[in-house]
Design a protein around this ligand. Structure first.
Ligand code: ATP
Ligand code: MN
Ligand code: MN
Length: 303
């Protein structure tokens, strides 16, 4: 005998900020039981913190229409269906020709992308109106699976110290995954080739001084026990996850900017989940990256 099928009553769409969120009850993180409504409310709550990371930059978004337990996909090109407040800029494509790259300039655009099941936000290292003039460098530290967390903290500090020797202040974020990003803002001017050349030389110098700790090539074989300094994030069209972005990984971790002083007490890259990040956003007085905007540092000469 068949048991009666009880159809779940679909809840009505709800507005979050100025945006209508459909299927608010849909579970986005099956492991953590987090719904689309909670994701939308999270992004609304941290909008003031994440928007400065996103506004005006071409974005890759990671969309998960069937939740983070199912297939997700990256999207960088604009589509009208993304929402009326989602902007585009026509940019040259590597393969030739050009296409419409998406970006946003306010909270409505942010929430429209969330309504379209965006979980992760990945901005370029340049603005839509000057895509060939990067304004920062990112050193993406990727530990091999057998690298202990304290060694990664030490590596991030080491990168900071070596950047300082080169005259550059930097900032740190937990990615919400396995590693950390060290970010150094630069005055706009140099092109991608110049920035990439500095980053490659910098990573090579780190490897030369501590070859047992670091690698600068993507080769998996060389990585055992080491930290890959992924300097290839610093090319035209490459992205890195925005601070305050959720990650589409179990537990709903968030990419979190930290003060350098707080890095030593961090327990893992994914220590902040959605709820903890939302609490932190509400409580924080000062921006962990305070001083970032006021820095006006030139890209050092290579060599
Ligand atoms: P983790 O700490 O686990 O390494 P991560 O965000 O640094 O997290 P990486 O795989 O090292 O992940 O990638 C670095 C950045 O490169 C990402 O933040 C993302 O912006 C970009 N990226 C990586 N893979 C892709 C991809 N398949 N499509 C688009 N962007 C990607
Ligand atoms: Mn990484
Ligand atoms: Mn990487």
């Amino acid at each position: 005998r068949q048991s009666p099928v009880v159809a779940a009553t679909p809840k009505k769409a709800r507005t979050v900020g100025s945006v209508m969120v459909t299927h608010p009850e849909r579970v986005v993180y099956p492991d953590a039981g987090i719904t689309k409504q909670q994701v939308a409310e999270y992004y609304r709550a941290v909008a003031g913190r994440i928007l400065p990371e996103l506004i005006g930059r071409p974005l890759s978004i990671l969309r998960c229409p069937d939740g983070t337990g199912a297939t997700c996909f990256f999207q960088k090109h604009h589509a009208d269906a993304l929402g009326a407040q989602v902007r585009y800029v026509r940019l040259r494509e590597k393969a030739g020709g050009s296409d419409r790259y998406l970006y946003i300039d306010d909270e409505a655009g942010l929430l429209e992308l969330v309504q379209m099941n965006t979980i992760e936000f990945h901005p370029w290292g340049a603005y839509a109106d000057a895509p060939d003039r990067p304004d920062r460098m990112i050193f993406d530290l990727d530990p091999a699976p057998d690298v202990a967390w304290p060694a990664l903290i030490e590596a991030a500090r080491d990168v900071r110290a070596k950047l300082r020797e080169a005259g550059l202040e930097s900032f740190v974020r937990l990615t919400g995954g396995k590693g950390v990003h060290v970010v150094a803002p630069i005055r706009r001017g140099p092109d991608w080739a110049e920035v990439k050349a500095f980053c490659e030389a910098f990573a090579d110098a780190m490897v030369a001084s501590s070859p047992l700790t670091y690698v600068a090539t993507a080769s998996k074989a060389k990585r055992r026990g080491r930290i890959f300094i992924d300097w290839l994030r610093n090319t035209r069209g490459a992205t890195s996850v925005a601070s305050w972005s959720l990650r589409a990984r179990p537990g709903a971790p968030v990419a979190m900017p930290l003060r350098w002083e707080d890095l030593s007490s961090a327990s893992s890259s994914s220590m902040y989940d959605l709820a903890a990040a939302q609490r932190r956003a509400a409580r924080l007085r000062r921006d962990p990256w305070q001083g970032y905007d006021a820095l006006d540092q030139r890209l050092p000469q290579v060599g």
